[in-house]
Design a protein around this ligand. Structure first.
Ligand code: NAD
Length: 320
C-alpha cells in the first residue's frame, strides 16, 4: 500500500489552473485548500509526507505525527515549521529556494509603471465617458513620469534585486544598490553605495532585503528624512520593512510621492491598517510571486523534493 501524502493548504499554489497529478504518482494524495489550526493534527493523521505553505507545523504537531518522514514547503519561507523539532525526529524540511525571481522583478515595474502612468485609472476615466466629452484630444489626471535618467536605489541586491536592476537599466534608469555582501554580478548591473547615499540620491527606492530584526522598519521616519522630496517607494519584499505609520505621515506631507506595495505588516491586511486610507498608496494582495509560470516552477521543485527523498537523496533541506 502506498504511503499517504497530505497537502494542508494547496489553494494559493494551485487554485485550479495547475495539476497535482505528478505529486499523486508518489503516494496516496489528499489535497486540502486550507486547514484551520484545530484540524492540522487530524488531517496529517498517519501520513508519511506532509506539504504546507503557511499552515503552522509546531513541535507538538510534529511529535504527534506517528509516521511523518518528510515535510515539504510549498514556498521559500519556512518559519511556520519547527525545523528543530523535525530535525530531532530526522525529518527533513525541504523548501523551494527560488521560483519567483523573474515574476517579482517584473512586478516591481508593474507597480512603478502604475505610479508613472496610472493606466487603470485613465482607462476607467475613458470608459466613464470623459474622453468623449473632452475638449482636447487627450487628458491626464496625474503627473506622467518618464524613467530615463532617473535613479533607482535597490535595497538588498540579491536575486530579485539584481533582476529588478537589470530591468531598470533597460528603462534607462541609473542603478544604485545597497547590500551587505556586494558581488561581481551586482557590480555589472549597478553601483554599490552605502545606505545613506542610496537614500539621498534615489528618485525611486525598491526594497528587496529579507525581513530580519536588522531590516525591520528600515524605512522609518529617520531614514525617510534622508530621502529626496517626492521619492517613490516600491515594496515587493515584506511589509514590516516599512513603518507604516511613518509612511502614512510621509505620504500626507508629500515627502514620499507614492508608496506602491505588494505586502503589508500583517497579512491579510487588517481593516484598520492606516495605509488603506492613505494618500498616494497602491496596495496589492501579495501577488508578485504568483504568475502561473512561477507556481508551476514551484510545483515542479516541490514534487521533485519528495521524489528525491524517496530515492534516498535529500535535496533543498533547510534543517539538515
Ligand atoms: P536573496 O537572498 O537572493 O537576496 C537578499 C539580499 O539581501 C542578499 O543579497 C543579502 O545579502 C541582502 N541583505 C540581507 N540582509 C541585509 C541587510 N541587513 N542589509 C543589506 N543587505 C542585506 O533573496 P531574494 O530571492 O532576492 O528575495 C528577496 C526578498 O523578496 C525575500 O526575502 C522575500 O521577503 C521577498 N519575496 C517576496 C515575494 C512576493 O510575492 N512579494 C516573493 C518572493 C520573495
Amino acid at each position: 500500500m502506498s504511503k499517504k501524502i497530505v497537502v494542508l493548504d494547496g489553494y494559493t499554489e494551485n487554485p485550479g489552473d495547475l495539476s497535482w497529478d505528478a505529486l499523486g504518482t508518489l503516494g496516496d494524495l489528499t489535497v486540502y485548500d486550507r486547514t484551520p489550526n484545530d484540524l492540522i493534527q487530524e488531517r496529517i493523521g498517519d501520513a508519511a509526507y506532509v506539504y504546507t505553505n503557511k499552515t503552522p507545523m509546531t513541535r507538538e504537531i510534529i511529535e504527534n505525527a506517528p509516521n511523518l518522514e518528510f515535510i515539504g514547503i510549498l514556498a521559500t519561507g519556512y518559519n511556520i515549521v519547527d525545523v528543530e523539532a523535525a530535525k530531532e525526529k530526522n525529518i527533513p524540511v525541504c523548501n523551494v529556494p527560488t521560483y519567483g525571481t523573474t515574476a517579482v522583478a517584473q512586478y516591481v515595474f508593474a507597480l512603478l509603471l502604475e505610479v508613472c502612468h496610472h493606466v487603470s485609472h485613465h482607462s476607467e476615466a475613458v470608459k466613464e465617458g470623459r474622453w468623449t466629452e473632452n475638449a482636447d484630444f487627450c487628458f491626464w489626471d496625474y503627473p506622467l513620469i518618464e524613467l530615463l535618467g532617473k535613479t533607482i536605489g535597490i535595497v538588498g541586491f540579491g536575486r530579485i534585486g539584481q533582476a529588478a536592476g537589470a530591468i531598470a537599466k533597460a528603462f534607462g534608469l541609473d542603478v544604485l544598490a545597497y547590500d551587505e555582501y556586494p558581488n561581481d554580478e551586482g557590480r555589472a548591473i549597478g553601483e554599490y553605495v552605502e545606505l545613506d547615499e542610496l537614500l539621498a540620491k534615489s528618485d525611486i527606492i525598491s526594497l528587496h532585503v529579507p525581513l530580519f530584526p536588522s531590516t525591520e522598519h528600515i524605512v522609518r521616519k529617520e531614514n525617510i528624512a534622508k530621502m529626496k522630496d517626492g521619492v517613490i517607494i516600491i515594496n515587493t519584499s515584506r511589509g514590516p520593512l516599512v513603518d507604516e505609520e511613518d509612511m502614512v505621515e510621509a505620504l500626507e506631507s508629500g515627502k514620499v510621492y507614492y508608496y506602491a506595495t505588494d505586502v503589508a505588516s500583517v497579512e491579510p491586511i487588517k481593516a484598520d491598517n492606516p495605509l488603506l486610507k492613505a494618500k498616494n498608496c497602491i496596495i496589492t494582495p501579495h501577488i508578485a510571486w504568483a504568475p502561473k509560470e512561477s507556481r508551476q516552477r514551484l510545483m515542479d521543485v516541490a514534487v521533485d523534493n519528495l521524489r528525491q527523498f524517496q530515492a534516498g537523496n535529500i535535496v533543498n533541506a533547510v534543517n539538515m
